[in-house]
Structures are given as C-alpha cells and as structure tokens.
Write a protein that binds this ligand. Structure first.
Ligand SMILES: [Zn+2]
Length: 474
C-alpha cells in the first residue's frame, strides 16, 4: 500500500522590534548574558506587563500580507506550564482569539504556484534560554531572550512532502524579511518551527494519527525530521502496528526523533485570559494605514520580473534582494534597455565587483545613470561586453565616468573590418589545428578561435565582426 505524508507547520518568528513585547528592555542577539532584562521579563512577582504597540503592528503586517481576517478585538491568555526557562510559570500568548485568522501563503514549488492556508497568526512571548556547557556543572539561565516578541504562524495540513515544506518555509522567511518585521537569521534561532506529520493511504480522506515534532531550528532539519517521521510511521503501519498521538523532540545531532510526551491537550495548559493586559482593539484607520504601507510582496515581485523576460533564478534573486532590486528599478527608468540585460549584469559582473570590494550597491561608485551609460555605449558599438566590464572595474578602482574611462584606457571598440581582418588571419595562421578540429565537427573550436582573436585585440574587437570574419576566412 502506498502512503501519503500530510504536514502542517507552526512557525515561530522573532519580531525585530526595538524593545521586548511587554517591557521596555531592548534586545539584540548575542548580548552578554542577563544584561537585557528587567524584573518584568524575569517574571518577578508584582510586575505588570505593558504591550508594545509595534508588536501588534508587525503581527498585522504579516496578517495583511497573508490575506488573513483581522480580529478587531483580540486578547492575551496565559499558557500555564512549568519549565525553568519560564520564570512566571506561564507564557503570555493568544488562545481562543488570535489577532489574525484564515489566511493564505502563496509560494512556488517545482516551478508551480502553491497555496498553504493559514489557520491563524498570534502574538506571544519567547522564553529565557537554558545554557548547558562542559565548562560548568548544571544549567544556567540567560533571561535576555525572555519576553522577546514572537508571532506564531500556524498552517493547515496542506503540505505533502519535505521538499514542499522547505519551499513553504523559505517563502515565509522571505515574506517576513520583505515586510521588515523579522531578520530571518536562522543561525540566531530567529525562525523556529514545530512540525506536525501524519501519514494516510493514498486516496484516504481521513487524516492519520498526528505526531508533533518540537525543536526544529533549520530548514534542512525540518526536511530531515519530516522524512524521518513519515518513514517511521509508514514502517509501523506496514508492520501492522498502531501508534498514538504524541509530541516528539527532533534531535539534530542524532538525526532522529525521540518521545517527549505522549498525552497533551490544550486543556493541560489551563489557558485563561490574562487580565493584566487590556484587550487589543484595532481601529480601521490604523489598519488601513498599515495596509497602505506594505511593500510589493516577493511572489508578486517574482511574477512581475518573470513577465519582463528575466530568468527564473535572477527573478528570485531580485525578489529577495531589496537593494539590487531598487537599483534594477532605477535602471529601467533611466534607460530603455532590456530588463533581462540589466538583471544579467547585476547578478554577473556587478555582483562580482561588489563582492571584490566588500561593498553594497548603494555604497559603491555605481549609479543607475553611469551604469546605463555603459549599456548605452555597448548598444552603440563603442564598447563590447568585455570592455564594458573593464570600464565597470575601473570605476570601482580609480573612479571616473564611463566616458572618461573609455578615453583614458582607449577602449573604443574596433569595428573596422580591414583592420580586424589582418588580426583574424594572423590568429588562424597560428591555430591550424583548431581549424581542423572545427571542420571535424568540434563546435567549441570556433569559440576558442573567437577567444584568441578577442585576446589579440585586448578585448577591443567587435565580436560580431570577428565571428563573421572567422567564418568567411576559414
Ligand atoms: Zn524587561
């Protein structure tokens, strides 16, 4: 019997607000332990939480970007459980009335558009961090992370494979970053997820027994966890064994999941309204203001770039790279060059030169205007792609306008046929073997000859004319 895997994800994203969710402590990853905390986020009795308005705004940005219904009135609840990283004995979260419900995330999987429905997005606080180390006995607590705002993005069980889950995770991460509400740094634990996996015979409508896996910190870890868990369940079913609903912990070092607890119900957490906090009431005007401030979303951007004739890979690069996308947009306004050509330059020669100088496009000597000047000289036949790159390089190294550089380095493209003919004849004379190879069907021998001619002209020959001359003279 063949089985189908059914996956739902609960993504926890740390919001990049300046201060924490319910106190005024600033939080930055990597700070000295227990320096970014106060009696409030350390759970001292007698302190009272005050909600950070930016947390609500950030949650609404995500809710609006994913077509959620926004609950104009929502509230906070206490999720009660004991663990050393939760000093208050409860986590402030949202139980029965989350801020956002019934949304959808659009993404691409294997070149096709998919939709995952969202059950809800709610606001909650992070816990402190437990520190274990070989250099000391026992466990220490770092409260810096305690009270850092999170949104939990809960999906419906709409995913069917580990690869699809990974593409969905990537899409959510890209969206969070495009909305400027989360830094998306996986290695800092900014995005974590709990994975729900069940299997069922292909064609079956009813869901199988669901297993939840906690502690998944990387996208590749999520893929491994899904594959491991789905195989485990299928093997048990094939062996005629049953298993019960449980929560398992994903162990990244062992690449295996182990039982954490077998019985868990919402009732076990004794959720109740946190009356220390007033309800969150959202007025229409504020909501409209937030909606109007949303940027163009990554999938929409990608679709637009594709429709301009840019390759799939470069369209994604533009969609997730805001400063390069901004440069690209400016270039399309400055000149009338094909979008594909501009994108090609941005992710080829320009990116290589930026990396060499360790600068961003904004801080580089490159502007949409001077770059378009290079493109225009190529279009007019003054430069070719190779000499265009030399001009670009010189702009970074010694500065100057493209026009000045072309004069200074005497880079004007040679298109004079008579002059080039001599050069091609010389190259052909010295490469008789390549001519023989080409005549015997070796196509790349021709490319080699073009390369030799370009080299002999120090990159200045017009490649179209070189091509034509080699053909004629051979
Ligand atoms: Zn605090």
């Amino acid at each position: 019997m063949n089985y189908e895997t059914v996956i739902g994800l609960e993504i926890h994203a740390e919001l990049s607000t300046k201060t924490k969710a319910f106190c005024s402590c600033e939080y930055k990853f990597g700070g000295e332990v227990n320096t970014q905390c106060c009696p409030g986020c350390m759970g001292m009795p007698g302190t009272l939480p005050v909600l950070n308005k930016n947390v609500v705004e950030y949650a609404l940005r995500m809710g609006l970007a994913t077509d959620c219904e926004i609950n104009k009135i929502s509230k906070h609840d206490r999720k009660n459980y004991f663990y050393p990283d939760l000093a208050k004995g409860y986590q402030i979260t949202q139980a029965d009335i989350p801020i956002c419900e019934n949304g959808r995330v659009e993404f691409y999987h294997k070149g096709e558009k998919r939709i995952v429905r969202l059950t809800r997005i709610h606001i909650e606080e992070d816990t402190a961090k437990l520190l274990h180390d070989d250099s000391f006995k026992g466990t220490l607590l770092d409260f810096n992370r305690s009270g850092v705002p999170l949104i939990e993005i809960v999906s419906e069980p709409d995913l069917r494979s580990a690869e699809e889950a990974k593409d969905y995770l990537e899409a959510v991460r890209m969206l969070l970053m495009a909305l400027n509400i989360c830094n998306g740094q996986m290695q800092e634990g900014t995005i974590r997820c709990d994975v729900n996996v069940s299997v069922r015979p292909v064609g079956e409508k009813k869901f199988g027994t669901r297993v939840e896996m906690k502690n998944v910190n990387t996208f590749s870890g999520a893929m491994l966890a899904i594959e491991y868990e789905s195989n485990r369940q299928i093997n048990l079913l094939r062996a005629g064994k049953n298993f019960s609903q449980e929560t398992r912990r994903w162990d990244e070092n062992k690449n295996a999941s182990v039982t954490m607890r077998t019985k868990e119900d919402a009732a076990d957490y004794r959720y109740f309204h946190d009356t220390d906090l007033t309800p969150i009431v959202i007025d229409d005007e504020w909501l409209a203001e937030i909606k109007n401030s949303l940027p163009e979303l990554p999938v929409a951007k990608f679709d637009r770039y594709r429709s301009m004739g840019i390759s799939e890979a470069e369209s994604w690069l533009l969609a997730e790279n805001s400063d390069k996308a901004e440069f690209f947009e400016k270039c399309t306004r400055v000149g009338n060059f094909p979008a594909k050509t501009i994108a090609h330059w941005i992710f080829g020669a320009i990116t290589a030169r930026l990396n060499k100088s360790f600068v961003t496009i904004e801080k580089s000597p490159l502007t949409a205007e001077n770059f378009c000047e290079i493109l225009s000289m190529i279009e007019k036949g003054i430069l070719n792609n190779d000499t265009g790159k030399i001009v670009l390089d010189e702009m970074f190294t010694n500065g100057g306008s493209p026009d000045e550089i072309v004069q200074k380095l005497s880079l004007v493209q040679v298109s004079d046929e008579e002059e080039l003919k001599k050069l091609v004849e010389e190259v052909l004379k010295n490469n008789t073997q390549s001519i023989a190879d080409y005549k015997n069907g070796k196509k790349n021998a021709f490319t080699f000859l073009v390369g030799q001619c370009m080299k002999a002209s120090k990159g200045k020959a017009n490649p179209q004319i070189i091509n034509k001359l080699i053909n004629e003279l051979m």
